[in-house]
Design a protein around this ligand. Structure first.
Ligand code: FPP
Length: 255
């Protein structure tokens, strides 16, 4: 299979339904705090929103869904919250992987998983292996992931394989990036009201349409996804070209 297109090297195909949606799921803590519940209750509801969103994406023909579940910087949270999040990931993997498999979902986890406990790593490995042949939807969970980590780990691997090299181009580096199996995201969604990328897919978001919503992640559902897709459809994706060039390309040829 050929490598997915790079948006800075060629003009990717862009359809009405985004092929790849990447989401920063923010606002779990605030959702819980507003209800005077512990923060972990918000993460639990967040896990339910994940389930609903995976289903909604599959129903709409989205082929890749990437979720930022735990950033390299999230270790800075209180130890108790980190431990409870790890427990939640384990439970989710134990309960959901068979269902994902039955629905034809391929599970991938990207990030530096070496810092996770062996049981969690085993569950990740099992989930990836079991679902490796599925083609309906690729669900990528970014866990202990950071965009800078990704670029640096790709560069490190590249240099280890090519020790004599003095320059590197995009095409040479791309296969070493953690998400080399996926096209770049068409649509990025961040819930929870903040408008930043927070060290998510820095390389891959070069030409992605950005959508921010004040909704908190536990409230995200199919209708919220549809609003994001409607916004995406209203954008003109120029990939560096002028608007006139796009109109020209759309005009039917006159004989
Ligand atoms: C951000 O909300 C959310 C996280 C750091 C964790 C995301 C985890 C889940 C949605 C749970 C399950 C995920 C999977 C893949 C099973 P926040 O705590 O920063 O919210 P706040 O900004 O309101 O404090």
């Amino acid at each position: 299979m050929s490598a997915p297109a790079s948006s800075t090297q060629e003009i990717p195909q862009a359809g009405d339904v985004p092929r790849h949606v990447a989401i920063i799921m923010d606002g779990n803590g605030r959702w819980a705090q507003r209800r005077r519940l512990p923060r972990i209750a918000g993460h639990r509801r967040g896990a339910e929103a994940v389930r609903a969103t995976v289903r909604a994406c599959a129903e709409r023909g989205i082929r890749y869904l990437t979720l930022f579940a735990f950033s390299s910087e999230n270790w800075r949270r209180p130890a108790e919250e980190v431990a409870l999040l790890m427990k939640l990931f384990k439970t989710a993997l134990q309960n959901e992987v068979d269902k994902l498999h039955a629905s034809g979902v391929r599970l991938k986890v990207v990030g530096d998983t070496s810092r996770f406990d062996p049981k969690l790593r085993k569950l990740i490995e099992r989930g990836e292996e079991l679902t490796a042949g599925n083609t309906a939807l690729t669900l990528t969970v970014a866990a202990n992931y950071g965009g800078r980590w990704d670029i640096l780990q790709a560069m490190t691997q590249y240099l280890q394989k090519n020790p004599a090299t003095r320059t590197v181009d995009e095409g040479a580096l791309a296969p070493y990036l953690a998400m080399s199996y996926a096209p770049e995201p068409d649509l990025f969604i961040r819930t929870g009201g903040e408008q930043r990328i927070s060290n998510f897919l820095l390389w891959q978001l070069a030409y992605t349409e950005l959508y921010f919503t004040d909704s908190l992640w536990p409230d995200f559902d199919g209708a919220a996804l549809d609003r994001a897709i409607a916004s995406y459809r209203s954008r003109e994706r120029r990939f560096g070209r002028t608007s006139e060039q796009l109109q020209e390309a759309k005009r039917p040829e006159v004989a």
